[in-house]
Design a protein around this ligand. Sequence first.
Ligand code: CMC
Length: 429
Amino acid sequence: MSDKATLEINGQKNEFAIIKGTENELAIDISSLRSASGGAITLDPGYKNTGSCESGITFLDGEKGILRYRGYSIEELAEKADFLEVAYALIFGNLPNAEQLHKFHSDIKTHSVVDDDVKKILDAFPKAAHPMGVLSSLTSALTAFNPSSVNVDSEEDMYNSVVRILGKFPILVAWTMRKKKGLPLYYGDSSLGYVENVLKMMFKQPHEEKYIQNPILVNALDKLLILHADHEQNCSTSTVRIVGSSHAGLFASLSAGISALWGPLHGGANQAVLEMLEAIKEDGGDTKKYMAKAKDKSDPFRLMGFGHRVYKNFDPRAKIIKVAADEVLGDLGIQDPILDIAKGLEQEALKDDYFVKRKLYPNVDFYSGIIYRAMGIPTEMFTVMFALGRLPGWIAQWREMRLRKEPIGRPRQLYIGETERSFIPIKKR
Ligand code: CMC
């Protein structure tokens, strides 16, 4: 195969290098296209065919349903690793040894505090505020209390900024939920593991002297966070990278990523799935009616939790989560009719021509909400939990982008507006 791609524009042939990734993926390097072709650009709304960077963090093959962080398969990580090990591997490139992991955790713990004034900001939000808006605001507000910028050329400074945000973010997540539930705010417990600490900060009731950990919930949350930890160049991650590419700080970049995640086509799908399943249940549980609505092009309804931009055969995370949902509900002795509706919808979709032809399968968010609900997490908090899981991925991608000294993100456009015209004074318009 030639290592060059040829593009002919107006009779002029231009050659571009073909670059191969470590998994033999091909990319045409068109960085010289404008200058070589006299100004032509590529047009690719939604970036369906456009790579924005070279990255060594996450590999996914949507046709084969493969997802690997730093070369480790998601199946193996979900089964054998814990969230903090995965976070370390994503951010720094390799799994930590025992000493590195211990240091990483203890450094995170020393930063597990936020300025008390953050409580005042939280207090100012109405109780009805959506937790994703609150989380994004509080993350941005951290900039005010940690104003010094990170020297990305200093490994120590980089490391400190990583452990700082990993320490503070779970507090913001827990407080966001406690605010929603009208509960007093607590700091964490440094004797606990990262995930156990999150659960205690979220769930400890004022009347409880001691919060008793439920190992089923600890395991389930650990797994969910691992499954969400990174997913290469999606909407929120690309947002983090592009905001960071202007050299805006880490907190500001993460806050933008949280806002991008919020939408129902991305992280907000987990909330939308649960609301959809509830609506189907309220409406008598007629899944066929909703299947028909999803296929009707004049109806804006979509089957939430179905379809994915890159997975076209199955989402490997959905496979793991479906089994986990069964286990968690079984272990907790919960019979949730919502789970039956979800399974019914999945079965129908998998044999329906419309879904089969368009390669629409359940994605990671189809079953995650069922587990969060069983854990006692309010529906509006589901996307916040996704953000907690995605945090190491965003950090890893931001760090990689800065270390590789990537240029500021600045796409081109094809202008389709009015050509030049004269100003008309208001009286004559
Ligand atoms: N229900 C019904 N039809 C659908 C759905 C759906 N959930 N998803 C896609 N389609 C149809 C769509 O109407 C289109 O049909 P046609 O070719 O006849 O016009 C075709 O399938 C291709 O859809 P698309 O919107 O062009 O595909 P996309 O790659 O731009 O969108 C998606 C991917 C995930 C935004 C979309 O499948 C969707 O909206 N799904 C529901 C929301 C969802 O579950 N999002 C969570 C994604 S996983 C979490 C994450 O990583 O962010």
